[in-house]
Design a protein around this ligand. Sequence first.
Ligand SMILES: Cc1cc2nc3c(=O)[nH]c(=O)nc-3n(C[C@H](O)[C@H](O)[C@H](O)COP(=O)(O)OP(=O)(O)OC[C@H]3O[C@@H](n4cnc5c(N)ncnc54)[C@H](O)[C@@H]3O)c2cc1C
Length: 387
Amino acid sequence: MDFTLNEQQKMLRKITREFAEEYIAPVAEESDQKSKLDDKIFQKMKEMNYFGTCIPEEYGGAGLHDDTISFCIVTEEIGRVDASWGITIGVHCSVCAYPIYKFGTEDQKQRFLIDLAKGNKVGAFCLTEANAGSDAGGVQLSAEKDGDEWILNGSKIFATNGGIAQTLLVVAKSGEKGSRKELTIFIVDTNTPGYSVGVKEDKLGVRASNTSELVFQDVRVPYENILGNIGEGFRLAMKTLDYGRISIASQCVGLGQACLEASIKYSNERIQFGQPIGRFQGIQWKISDMACAVESGRLLTYKAAHMCDNGMDYGLASAMAKLVASEAAMKAAHSAVQIHGGYGLMKAYAVERYFRDAKMGEVYEGTSEIQRLVIANQLLRKGANIL
Ligand SMILES: Cc1cc2nc3c(=O)[nH]c(=O)nc-3n(C[C@H](O)[C@H](O)[C@H](O)COP(=O)(O)OP(=O)(O)OC[C@H]3O[C@@H](n4cnc5c(N)ncnc54)[C@H](O)[C@@H]3O)c2cc1C
C-alpha cells in the first residue's frame, strides 16, 4: 500500500493551502457574520479554476475528474480555512458538474459544463423537499410530459447554492410504476420562466454558504435536459451522493485538521498553573484523540477516492468516510472549544465558528444515522469480507 501523494498532488496541496490562507481565511469570519460569500474571493476562485476542479480540460475544467484524491485535497484545504467555501465549491463540483460529466450527453456537457467550469454559472443539486429528507424516494415535485417538454411543479428546500445557482439538477417524480414512484433528474437553467428562489435559510453554521428554498411553477424543461433516462433518477441521485459524500468527508477532514492545529497552538501558548496547558495530560489526551479521529477520516476518504478512480464500487467506502470524517470533525471541534476554555466561545477565536460549522457534516447528504443504515445494509447483504 502506498500512502504518498504524487508530486502533482503535493503541489496542488501547497498551492491551494497558500491560496486559502492568503485570500479566504482573512475574510472567513466576516463572511460568516454577514451570511454571504465574499465577491472578491468568488472572482479569485474562478481565476484559480476551482469551479472546474472535477471537469475535464476539454470543457475548460482543471481535468481532475479522474483524480478524486486531488479533488479531496482541494476541498480539504478550502474546508480547513472556511467550511462555507468548502461546501459551496464541493456541491458545485461533486453533485452538479460531476454527474453531468459522468451521466450527461455530449450536448449537455457542451451546454452546461463549460460555464460551470469557468464559474460563470454555479451549480446546485436539488433533492430534499419538506416531506422528503432522509426518505429521498418520497419526492413530490412533479414532472409532466407535454410534447417534447416536461413541466415541473413543486418546491425543494435546503438547496446548497440554491440562491446563487444558475444550473440545477432537480430530482422530480415523473410517473409511477405500480406502487413505485418513478424519479427523473432534470437539468434546469434558472432563467426558465416559472422558477424562483424562496426562503434563504438563516443557519447555525456554514452561514456564508447559501441554503435556499426553490420554487417551480410550470417550469418547462426540454427533453434534451433529462440527465440519463426517464425513471433513472433515483439510481443516479444515489450514485451522485456516493461521490458527493467523498467531498463532504474531505471538507470535514479539513475542518477537523483546523481544530487540531488551533488546539495545538493554543495549548502551547496558554499558561495556567505556571506552565503551558499542553503539559497537562488531560489536554494531551484530547489532542491525541483528535489527531487519531481526523487521520482515520482522512484515510477512509482517500481510500474511497482511490476506489472511485480505479473503477471499483465505492458506495460503502464513501458512506464510511463521510460518517467517520464528519463525526471526527464534530468531536474535534468540541475538544477545540474545550481546550480554548472561555475564549473558545468568543468570536475572536476561529474555533467558535468551527464548532458551529462542524455540525453540518453530520446532517447533509445523508445524516449519520442514514450512513449507518447504508453501511449496515451492504454488510448484512454481502458480508464483512467486502471491506
Ligand atoms: C446546510 C444544509 C445543506 C443542505 N444541502 C442540500 C442540498 O444541496 N441538496 C439537497 O437536496 N439537500 C440538502 N440538504 C438537506 C439534507 O440532505 C437533509 O437535511 C438530510 O438528508 C436530512 O433530511 P431531513 O432534514 O428531512 O431530516 P429527517 O429525514 O426528517 O430526519 C430527522 C431525524 O431522523 C433520523 N432518521 C430519519 N430516517 C431514519 C431512519 N430510517 N433510521 C434512523 N434514523 C432516521 C435522521 O437521521 C434525523 O436524525 C442540506 C441540509 C443542510 C442542513
